[in-house]
Design a protein around this ligand. Structure first.
Ligand SMILES: *Cc1c(COP(=O)(O)O)cnc(C)c1O
Length: 827
């Protein structure tokens, strides 16, 4: 029992260098001992790695201490399950959160290196598609900063979100091999390793008590290996763990194949198991229904629950009475919702609990976050596929549904339509499992991600569930971490702010309100403008490097960056760009603000219409940017390969943030918050969190246009004006449409953008672009006039930042902790 005697006055922080000299020593030590490099000959990539390991050393001791406190205090642990974590780079974030940014910067300089160059060496961890994955990453930062006993769980994809190039204006995808040179931020662990079952068949038997039990046999097994990434809180010595699973073949090579002399078969079987953690699925807001995707979901859920059970049993053995007092599981969308039948399976088949007891534990453990209102984006798995891949789970889902529908029947006798609408199983030629229904039934909390979104969930999409489960639905408006999205991304503005109101805002974003006192301070406004200009110059260099286009940093930077999707309406923005182009040509004497219109974002590789929108944007750029009549007044650029690191350069440089989705389609948005926190003004619809941004900043500090969600809903059913009549009646809009149709942006080929024109002119356009276009163009006119008054614009910019406190993910996480997880904050 030597382990018990050992006392922890051994240094738990093996290398905790915080003085500049120690930092330098430690960096050089890593270069020599771990990389075997001569420090004299080390380059940026060697020093980056050594520096990253130095940060990791500092975190490790804090991480061990943090884990110990959870264990000793028998705390309730929160498990945040997400198929995506879009964390981006870790180096600068670690330096900031460890509170040693300046020391490291000096140490690195004294070694003869530039910190920015080193940071550029790091590959983005793009283990997510967009907003949902980035939310999970912001949440991890806030969880660590608020000292919440929580773990993130996900998959360690070998290939993250694809790399986007533009070739001849088309999106071309290539694999994102982000682990090519390894990553210094992870601990590859050998233990615990768990086995995950797939396929096989069920066999029933009677146990020693004569009860009917089920065994899942003849399965194909895959091993799950943990890989841990440490997430440091902001200057609080708290470090939380994000555990990502890698798939490994259950044996190095399958001996069954060998015994048959089939070496190739053996290798293929290994490759096939390991495919599970190979690649992140790119679709965002619509799913392909691929078997491999279901396997990914179950793989990480099954491994995670073995880990949760192991940890629970260390204290409570096989007494599950306290389970939901010790374990809270948050499901980030329905992607991990297979966890509900999995926990049932473990409690029924492995632990031998009865149905009622197991179900009670389940529904007190899970909480589900919905991320979309669009019916086509709700996950469904065919009964056939579920039965093949996870036969026992299919049985359990049927049983859950039977119990659930019995309760519904009691409340609404004879109401078969309601029963059919609420069932977890969708009837039809192909029977499907509605994962959202499963998640609602199996959770004690269902939350939307903004007020409007939650209201629409309650009143439309899940109305009958809200009636059946009053109190289960609640709202948790998304947020973003101020550490990454202000302090890290915008150091100049952060310094200016802290010089005037102190630096408490970093962990208490409401403190930004004190900036209101400076909104009319001429000197402060001047400095504010200088910071913005500096950030715009930084983005201008990136644009020149990436696109070869020179932009004027004094022009208005009008930015729309987000995934390319019809509902986000990049096309609406295109129509304004063309209208502006025409106006500049026709009325060169007019006092229009020079604009640089910036787009970035990836289209799902199979979403051809979104890819055609990319091509339209780049084609408009080709024409406009080369038109000598336009001079410097208008530029259209598409920055390739939008990711977190690029967003960190874009947000601080924006003047105008485009948040123009059809009202009622964007659940929340978080890009909108990043822009506003960095002093951009928003042009937006009454959608998602835009509404709450409006409430916070006040209507004189934001540009709102277009239909409300209710009006959009109404228009879809009773079209008040046809898109064609709008083109006929409004000559500006008519000319815009004509120019696309006559091939002005496609070398005379009028057919080229036909599919886009057709959807714009269709009376069944679900995103109602034409119906919002006049209002949008009028609103852009107001933006133009407002920008002409630079002083007033700056004032609005300051007030935007001052009033963004609500949108800190610290606020969001506090609400999850208090209202859903019921765990103490800062405990
Ligand atoms: C914030 C963020 C998003 C989400 O942007 P929305 O405008 O809310 O859709 C997507 N991708 C990246 C890289 C981000 O940082």
């Amino acid at each position: 029992m030597a382990g018990k005697v050992r006392k922890t006055n051994v240094c738990t922080e093996p290398f905790c260098p915080t003085s500049i000299d120690d930092l330098k020593k430690n960096i050089l030590h890593h270069v020599m001992s771990f990389q075997g490099r001569d420090p004299e000959r080390a380059g940026n990539s060697d020093i980056y790695k050594a520096l990253a390991y130095t940060m990791r050393d500092i975190m490790t001791g804090k991480w061990i201490e943090t884990q110990k406190t959870y264990y000793e205090k028998e705390k309730k642990r929160v498990y945040y399950l997400s198929l995506e974590f879009l964390i981006g780079r870790s180096l600068s974030n670690a330096m900031i959160n460890l509170g040693i940014y300046n020391e490291v910067k000096i140490a690195v300089e004294e070694l003869g290196f530039d910190l920015n160059d080193l940071a550029e060496e790091e590959e983005d961890a793009a283990l997510g598609n967009g907003g949902l994955g980035r939310l999970a990453a912001c949440f991890m930062d806030s969880i660590a900063t608020l000292k919440i006993p929580a773990y993130g769980y996900g998959i360690r994809y070998e290939y993250g979100l694809f790399y986007q190039q533009l070739i001849d204006g088309y999106q071309i995808e290539s694999p994102d091999n982000w682990l090519r040179h390894g990553t210094p931020w992870e601990f590859d662990r050998k233990l615990p390793v768990f086995s995950v079952q797939f396929y096989g068949r069920l066999s029933s038997y009677q146990d020693e008590n004569g009860s009917f039990r089920v065994r899942w046999v003849d399965t194909e097994d895959v091993m799950a290996i943990p890989c841990d990434i440490m997430i440091p809180g902001y200057k609080n010595d708290h470090v939380v763990n994000m555990r990502l699973w890698t798939a490994r073949a259950s044996r190095e090579l399958d001996l069954n194949f060998f015994s048959r002399g089939d070496y190739i078969g053996a290798v293929q079987s290994k490759v096939s198991s390991e495919t599970i953690s190979k690649v992140l699925y790119p679709p965002d807001h619509n799913l392909a229904g691929q078997e491999l995707r279901l396997k990914q979901q179950y793989f990480f859920v099954a491994a995670t629950f073995q880990d949760i059970m192991r940890r629970y049993k260390k204290k409570e053995n096989s007494n599950f009475d306290k389970f939901s007092n010790r374990v809270a599981v948050q499901l980030n969308d329905t992607h991990p919702a297979i966890a509900i039948p999995e926990l049932m399976r473990l409690l029924l088949d492995v632990e031998g609990l009865n149905w009622e007891k197991a179900w009670n534990i389940c529904t007190h453990t899970f909480a589900y976050t919905n991320h979309t209102l669009m019916p086509e984006a709700l996950e469904k798995w065919t009964v056939e596929m579920m039965g093949k891949v996870l036969p026992r789970h299919l049985e359990i889902i049927f049983e859950i549904n039977k119990h659930f529908l019995d309760l519904v029947k009691m409340q609404y006798p004879g109401d078969v339509n309601r029963l059919r609408a609420m069932s977890i199983i969708e009837e039809g030629d192909v029977k499907k499992i509605r994962m959202a229904h499963l998640a609602i039934v199996g959770s004690h909390s269902v939350n939307g991600v903004a007020e409007l979104h939650t209201k629409l969930l309650k009143n439309n999409l899940f109305k009958s569930f809200h009636e059946f489960y009053p109190g289960k639905f609640n709202s948790k408006t998304n947020g973003i971490t101020p550490r990454r999205w202000l302090k890290l991304a915008n150091p100049a503005l952060s310094t200016l702010i802290s010089d005037h109101i102190g630096s408490d805002w970093v962990t208490d974003l409401d403190k930004l309100r004190d900036l209101e006192n400076f909104a009319d301070d001429t000197e402060f406004c001047k400095q504010w403008q200088e910071v913005k200009l500096g950030n715009k110059k930084r983005l201008a260099s990136l644009i020149e490097k990436e696109c070869g286009i020179v932009v004027n940093p004094h022009a208005m930077f009008d930015v729309q960056v987000k995934r390319i999707h019809e509902y986000k309406r990049q096309l609406l923005n295109c129509l304004h760009v063309i209208a502006l182009y025409h106006r500049m040509l026709r009325h060169p004497e007019e006092n229009l603000v020079p604009r640089c219109i910036i787009f970035a974002g990836k289209a799902a590789p199979t979403y051809w219409k979104a890819k055609l929108i990319v091509k339209l944007i780049t084609s408009i750029g080709e024409v406009v940017n080369k038109d000598p009549r336009i001079g410097e007044k208008l530029r259209v650029v598409f920055l390739p390969n939008y990711n977190v690191s690029q967003a960190e350069v874009i947000m601080p440089a924006a003047d105008l943030s485009e948040q123009i989705s059809t009202a009622g389609t964007e659940a929340s948005g978080t890009g909108n918050m990043k822009f506003s926190l960095n002093g951009a003004l928003t042009i937006g619809t009454l959608d998602g969190a835009n509404i709450e941004i409006l409430e916070e900043v006040g209507e004189e500090n934001i540009f709102i246009f277009g239909m409300t969600a209710a009006e959009a809903e109404y228009e879809r059913l009773n079209v008040s004006r046809s898109p064609r009549s709008i083109c006929d009646e409004n000559s500006v809009i008519g000319a815009v449409m004509d120019s696309i149709q006559n091939g002005s942006f496609s070398r005379g080929d009028g057919e080229f953008f036909r599919p886009l024109v057709d959807s714009l002119l269709s009376e069944h356009d679900p995103y109602l672009l034409m119906l919002d276009l006049e209002s949008y163009l009028e609103c852009q006119g107001r933006v133009n006039d407002a920008f002409l008054d630079h002083q007033q614009w700056t004032r609005k910019s300051i007030l935007n930042v001052a009033r963004m406190g609500k949108f800190s993910s610290d606020r969001t996480i506090r609400q999850y902790a208090e209202e859903i997880w019921r765990v103490p904050v800062n405990g």
